[in-house]
Write a protein that binds this ligand. Structure first.
Ligand SMILES: Cc1ncc(COP(=O)(O)O)c(C=O)c1O
Length: 482
């Protein structure tokens, strides 16, 4: 029986929950939808009336109706942040444990570009992991900062880069007295986690800001079974691709400034204003607001709990399949349980990917020469994983290697770069395009990076060598410095 006192507590908890899951942009869009006005402004399809019929049928009238940009219908503005957009960013900052959060259109790419533009200058030395996303490189090419590459530990059996040692970062700082920033990626695409606490302690010891590209770790602050977010471990700024695993729509991301950050957040905001579209999609902004609200809601917490449980279920099933192996955090590094990188004896990752797709209708996140990457998402159900595990069991016990042939193409380069020119100088140098076979011994003038995961094979300024060739199957020609 609920007594008055309990009822009171229950009502208060419910009220607290209601406050927690407030989604101001979603609410404002709903209000605009329910109170239509005569519209003589962009977007010119005017609530879907001016679009191709088949597209309208596909996407739905409602989606087109709420496709609008900022400034109209009391929806607020993105730059400067006002109204519901400002409120939504503040709620996101609170939820992710940041001092300030910026909503990003054009993905985490926009966040990385803004950080580079705002925080680095021509000639400044920045420690960056060589397997960083190409958006960081683009940012450094724009600003002219000079990367000092740190190569993470190698996980040779899996042909992937692993964690980054704090000690290596300290050595680089000691050997390069003019380092002005450390910028690392955590986790790796395959879910390997670095010890950010120790890396941050090193950065603090030398008074150097630490930026963490946590594009693949946006769920971490919402579940205790996942690694700790860098926002809690001393990073100064963190980028999150909410659209990757957080439940928002494609291309929407967040950039967070940490509570005790020493970076110039006003400069970051200014850079974002310059980089962003001047017609931000309210749908994308609302989806960021909604994703944050969902992760804080009971339902979203349950979805995330289930994602972790499903990942554990999958991993247990995989442990019992002879000839199938999974990358685990057993060897001195940690992993994010929801990112499952697997390989099957006798099959390349590419072949495994194609068998899964053609014979079983399964699409995985990505495939390398070695294995395939499976994401255990908040939107997947337990039966998805049961089906996947059943299929993998069949594949591992059959001789698929005789049925399909797919070229074993190298996708995950693990080469130490030989730098001959600065990134920016090579990018802006006089260039020529030459046949790949003639490019050995020349200096690359372009970023060669396969997506996913957008990690570079060659960068401007790097010597092209024989070892690069197996990674360049898709290229007939290369752009080199003249
Ligand atoms: C580590 C990392 N950072 C940044 C990005 C860019 O993210 P977005 O696709 O959100 O622009 C990616 C994309 O794959 C990534 O893997």
């Amino acid at each position: 029986m609920i007594v008055a006192k309990d009822l009171n507590i229950k009502i208060k908890t419910e009220q607290k929950d209601a406050v927690k899951v407030k989604a101001p942009i979603v609410e404002a869009l709903k209000k605009a939808y329910e109170n239509p006005t005569y519209q003589f402004h962009i977007p010119g399809h005017t609530k879907g009336k001016g679009v191709f019929k088949d597209f309208k049928k596909l996407i739905g009238e409602k989606a087109l109706n709420i496709d609008t940009t900022d400034e109209f219908d009391n929806l607020g503005t993105l730059h400067p942040a006002t109204g519901p957009i400002k409120e939504a960013q503040e709620l996101a900052a609170e939820a992710f444990g940041a001092k300030k959060t910026f909503f990003l259109l054009n993905g985490s790419t926009a966040g990385n570009l803004a950080l580079a533009m705002a925080l680095t200058k021509k000639g400044q030395k920045i420690i960056v992991n060589r397997n960083c996303h190409r958006s960081i490189l683009t940012g450094l090419m724009i600003s002219g900062a000079e990367p000092i590459w740190i190569c993470p530990n190698r996980i040779e059996d899996w042909s992937v880069w692993g964690n980054i040692d704090a000690q290596k970062i300290e050595e680089l700082i000691q050997n390069n007295k003019d380092v002005s920033m450390v910028w690392i990626t955590n986790p790796t695409y395959e879910g390997v986690v670095s010890d950010i606490k120790s890396i941050s302690a090193v950065c603090k010891k030398y008074g150097i800001p630490l930026i963490v590209d946590e594009a693949h770790g946006c769920l971490w602050n919402f579940n205790k079974h996942l690694p700790e977010t860098a926002l809690k471990l001393g990073a100064d700024a963190v980028v999150h691709s909410l659209h990757k695993t957080g439940g928002s729509m494609s291309q929407s991301s967040m950039l967070h400034i940490a509570k005790d950050s020493i970076i110039d957040e006003v400069a970051v905001e200014k850079a974002l204003k310059l980089l962003h579209t001047t017609s931000p999609s309210l749908m994308l902004l609302a989806s960021l607001d909604a994703a944050r609200a969902n992760l804080q809601s009971k339902n979203g917490q349950k979805q995330l709990d289930n994602a972790v449980k499903n990942a554990k279920y999958l991993r247990t099933r995989l442990d019992n399949i002879p000839g199938l192996h999974q990358l685990k955090g057993d060897f001195g590094y940690k992993t994010d349980v929801t990112k499952v990188f697997i390989k099957v004896d006798g099959l390349s990752g590419k072949r495994l990917e194609s068998i899964l797709e053609i014979d079983f209708g399964i699409e995985v996140e990505s495939a390398s020469d070695i294995g395939v990457l499976i994401l255990c998402n908040i939107g997947n159900t337990h039966s998805d994983f049961k089906y996947l595990a059943d299929c993998l069991e069949k594949i591992a016990s059959n001789h698929y290697q005789d049925i399909y042939y797919l070229e074993n193409r190298k996708h995950m380069p693990m080469l130490e770069p030989q730098i001959k020119m600065s990134l920016r100088d090579a990018f802006y140098a006089e260039k020529e395009r030459i046949p790949k076979a003639e490019a050995i011994g020349r200096i690359s003038a372009e970023v060669v990076a396969e997506c996913p995961p957008g990690i570079s094979i060659l960068l401007p300024g790097e010597l092209i060598t024989e070892e690069h060739m197996p990674y360049l199957n898709d290229y007939d020609t290369l752009e080199v410095v003249k």
